[in-house]
Design a protein around this ligand. Structure first.
Ligand SMILES: [Zn+2]
Length: 291
């Protein structure tokens, strides 16, 4: 289990899957064979698997424990969700809840669930199947969702041409939480409490957030899918596929990297491989990962 300290806060990675998934050329068209071999010495084995020639992608949540509060950030894909279009995450049956318990939180102890955005791999555990119905997994939690994302995906989900959006995850993992009266739809920037700020970083989805944590003099940034892979730190203009606005995604990424480099914050991305969190250094017009 990967556990990090930020001041007196504890941030624990709750793994769902960590697999070689995508051939590099499918994701980054500018990643030539020559360039890949230049970087392979540090990419393998945690970020690139030479045997299968695939980039590794972790799917995990972050559990933030601070002053007796237990906050879950991003909800992975979830169990029993039918995603035939995404075979690595189709009908999962992982011990994710056991891992959450081992990290120190039962579902009824979670106070707050915060989703960086509303893609299917960030909302899955929001709900569980009970007696044939999707119901909130965390019975005592408020859920923070991006209002911009909610409106965007609600529109797609009500249009027969695009429904069900996000492989059905919007109606399975987001709508039941809203209907249960447990969701707070937020527009950033927003000061959530004395420790956490919600900042907009659109482009991957329209209302994508990152969360800024300040505990005493220590800082962290929980960044979701502002970047997916450490290669994007070196090449900040490279997008991972599937963006609502590719150019906005690049602008958000550089702005987030600039803040991380200037503040020395520990950065917690949504899909980066081991050691899963680290710092970002500015180098001229680019950046370097210190993970
Ligand atoms: Zn994602």
């Amino acid at each position: 289990m990967s556990v990090f300290k930020v001041g007196n806060a504890t941030i624990t990675r709750i793994e769902e899957t960590y697999l070689p998934v995508y051939p590099p050329a499918d994701i980054f068209p500018d990643l030539t064979k020559a360039l890949l071999s230049e970087h392979v010495h540090w990419l393998a084995p945690n970020h690139y698997d030479p045997n299968s020639n695939k980039l590794l992608l972790s799917v995990h949540s972050w559990l933030l424990q601070l002053d007796g509060r237990k906050i879950l950030i991003d909800g992975c894909c979830g169990n029993q969700k039918s995603r035939p279009q995404r075979p690595h995450w189709h009908m999962l049956n992982t011990p994710w809840l056991d891992r959450l318990a081992a990290a120190g939180a039962r579902p009824d102890e979670i106070d707050l669930v915060m989703c960086t955005h509303l893609h299917h791999d960030h909302v899955g555990w929001n709900t569980q199947l009970k007696d044939g119905k999707w119901v909130p997994t965390f019975p005592n939690a408020r859920y923070v969702f991006s209002k911009l994302d909610f409106d965007y995906f609600r529109k797609l989900d009500s249009d027969p041409a695009t429904a069900p959006t996000e492989f059905g995850s919007f109606r399975e993992c987001v709508v039941p939480v809203v209907e249960a009266g447990r969701a707070d739809l937020v527009t950033g920037p927003h000061v959530l409490n004395e420790f956490i700020e919600i900042l907009p970083a659109g482009g991957h989805s329209p209302g994508h957030f990152y969360f800024r944590l300040k505990v005493g003099g220590d800082r962290a940034m929980i960044t979701g899918d502002v970047f997916h892979h450490l290669l994007q730190v070196l090449y900040p203009d490279w997008n991972f596929p599937k963006n609502s606005d590719p150019q906005e995604a690049r602008v958000s990424r550089r702005r987030m990297f600039d803040e991380a480099a200037a503040s020395g914050a520990l950065v917690f991305p949504g899909h980066v491989g081991a050691p899963f969190a680290g710092q970002i250094e500015k180098t001229g017009s680019s950046y370097k990962p210190r993970f």
